[in-house]
Design a protein around this ligand. Structure first.
Ligand code: SAH
Ligand code: SF4
Length: 351
């Protein structure tokens, strides 16, 4: 029998699965070891009775995912690469923000089906969904590696490899596991799910009432250009996304974030900025402008700083909240999929 992956379990599920043999409070103790002490070896969970430790070792595993490699950027962000039980790899980035704050960028799939023309993850095609536990493991391993105190608030963004709404069930479970009070205790309000805009899944996400923040990768203000950049726009165009967003349940203090990847001479003009203002007119929105990060073989170019700043100025003048996302970790290729591409070959040779 294959063993069960311990990181796949919500606290309630873990208690249930131990129920016939052990009382429910034992599940809390295991959660504490994993997510407060960052201890994943059952034999080291010393306040558990011996028979429970043996039961865990026989039925569960905590080692199906492993940290394979990390690369630190000059700006302090760190890119992590993980290896799965079936010899694939996926990555996360730990971004150090101002005032010693951390944001962790998680992957939700190995590869991606959506096929955006600017994105390196898309080039490798789609391999498979990540399990909830494989997503949770990214947080476990990075907090452990960096010795981040368990009670330190960190932010999570689902902006690594993959389309989280194409793996909604596991992503929702990951959000729940991360927010367990007896575990990592990361409030859903600190978790932002970024999507390319699969309209019916946005609706489904809304009905789950997870309390998370939502980011939409918009990138273009007219359907022709958006379809060129993101073929999914053929199925769910800009208006259909705006429609779904208007109905999305949101914490009253929060806004929907719209990500706008700026590509040189394609969508960096003030006419686009003007259209963007009109499009988001009735929505509690915040825009995040992102510099396109060039990669080998890509036909697109990074925009000039002047253009990006002028774009932002225009939005601000019109009363639209707007930030520019600095390209963290440029020297370690921290944009989607770039580290993975470099080392996938090595893994294939090794195993
Ligand atoms: N699939 C989801 C989440 C993962 S992509 C989505 O598309 O929203 C997360 C972000 O990385 C997206 O906003 C995407 O536009 C951005 N991204 C992808 N390739 C990039 C590149 N070459 N340079 C800068 N940002 C990029
Ligand atoms: Fe997938 Fe997001 Fe990359 Fe598009 S930008 S291919 S949706 S990961």
């Amino acid at each position: 029998m294959d063993k069960l992956y311990i990181f796949n379990y919500t606290l309630e599920e873990l208690a249930k699965s131990l129920k016939e043999h052990f009382p429910a409070f034992r599940a809390k103790q295991i959660y504490h070891w994993l997510y407060v002490h960052y201890e994943s070896h059952f034999e080291n969970m010393v306040n558990l009775p011996k028979d429970l430790r043996e039961f865990l070792a026989q039925n569960y595993t905590s080692t199906s995912t492993a940290l394979l490699k990390k690369e630190e950027s000059k700006d302090g962000s760190i890119k992590y690469l993980f290896k799965t039980y079936d010899n694939h790899s996926y990555e996360s980035v730990l971004i150090r923000m101002k005032e010693d704050k951390f944001t962790l960028c998680l992957s939700s799939q190995i590869g991606c089906k959506v096929g955006c023309s600017f994105c390196l993850t898309a080039k490798g095609g789609f391999v498979r969904n990540l399990e909830a536990g494989e997503m949770v493991y990214q947080v476990f391993a990075i907090k452990k590696d960096q010795n981040i105190p368990p009670n330190k608030a960190i932010n999570i963004v689902y902006m690594g490899m993959g389309e989280p709404l194409d793996n909604l069930e596991n992503t929702a479970k990951c959000i729940r596991i991360l927010s367990e009070l007896d575990g990592l205790n990361i409030s859903p309000r600190r978790q932002t799910l970024s999507t390319s805009g699969i309209a019916p899944k946005i609706k489904k996400l809304g009905t789950l009432n997870l309390g998370i923040q939502l980011a939409i990768s918009l990138h273009a203000v007219d359907d022709d250009l958006r379809t060129e950049l993101m073929p999914i726009n053929k199925a769910y165009n800009i208006q259909s996304i705006i429609q779904e967003i208007s109905n999305f349940p949101l914490d009253s203090r929060k806004r929907i974030m719209f990500e706008y990847l700026i590509i040189d001479s394609l969508n960096d003009d003030l006419k686009s900025a003007k259209k963007l203002v009109a499009l988001l007119n009735k929505i509690k929105a915040k825009v995040n402008l992102i510099y396109f990060n060039p990669h080998q073989g890509s036909p697109y170019k990074r925009p000039s700083k002047e253009k990006v700043e002028a774009f932002r100025e225009y939005l601000l003048q019109k009363g639209l909240l707007c930030t520019i996302r600095e390209s963290k970790g440029l020297d370690i290729s921290a944009a989607c999929g770039q580290l993975r591409e470099k080392v996938q070959e090595q893994i294939e040779v090794k195993v």
